[in-house]
Design a protein around this ligand. Structure first.
Ligand code: FE2
Length: 245
């Protein structure tokens, strides 16, 4: 089965290119499941129900989060009510929402999905490494295919997590830095890995939501659905020629 993971959707330009390109990508890559990191999807920081609805309407099957998930108070209720929307697993017990779930796309078997947040140059949270291994064991009973979004700042922490989880899950996809890295590979025990998938939003701008043409950064992971082992991981980059607004 082929799974598309779309990097951090940033504000309106990110939602626009997702809406315009996702159906074509689904067809071109014969995608069974689409996962979108949406922690910056509302105005460049946070997520709310209206924006989540937009991402699902564009073709997302599940939405992951990160440190900005909590930006808008409205998100708390959203996380508690919609099991397709995750926040990082390693927040303290009692935090709203969930950090892992099982999702089913339009085709293909159920897929385990885990969202983690790093601790290097970020907030002090629970250990993402141990939390991820334990959750992989739990999810494996329901779904041999497991995808992990590692939302983290430091390349070293992401690479270490990839090695630590090699053979325990189908893919470890890095998010948060917004810059796509060219280190995608399948690790020896069958876990697909990339340090950062990149961002989906304004091409010509920084922290604030910029106007102008948008880009979409993603990876396609091909997984043997009976074993959960990845066969390949391929980077995807799409660009708008001009501002579509
Ligand atoms: Fe982030």
């Amino acid at each position: 089965m082929r799974i598309l993971f779309v990097g951090d959707v940033h504000g309106k330009p990110g939602r626009r290119i997702l809406r315009d390109r996702l159906a074509k990508l689904r067809q071109a890559h014969d995608l069974a499941l689409v996962i979108v990191n949406g922690e910056n999807s509302a105005g460049g920081a946070g997520i709310n129900s209206e924006v989540a609805r937009e991402l699902f309407a564009a073709g997302a099957d599940a939405i992951t989060g990160g440190n900005h998930t909590w930006q808008l108070r409205e998100a708390y209720e959203l996380l508690d009510s919609d099991p397709r929307i995750l926040r990082p697993l390693n927040y303290p017990p009692g935090a709203p929402g969930r950090g892992a779930t099982v999702v089913t796309g339009r085709t293909g078997p159920p897929v385990g999905l885990i969202n983690l947040q790093g601790r290097v140059f970020m907030r002090e949270l629970d250990d993402p490494f141990r939390a991820a291994r334990a959750e992989c064991e739990r999810l494996r009973e329901r779904a041999p295919v497991i995808v992990i979004d590692m939302h983290a700042e430091a390349t070293s922490e992401k690479i270490a997590l990839g090695w630590y989880l090699d053979g325990h899950c189908s893919a470890v996809i890095g998010t948060h830095t917004h810059v796509q890295t060219a280190d995608e590979r399948v690790l020896p025990q069958g876990t697909a890995y990339i340090t950062d998938v990149g961002m989906t939003g304004p091409r010509d701008g920084g922290f604030e939501v910029a106007s102008g043409p948008a880009q979409l950064n993603a990876v396609v992971v091909d997984v043997d659905e009976s074993t959960g082992r990845a066969r390949s991981i391929t980077r995807v980059r799409e660009f708008e020629e001009t501002n579509a607004d």
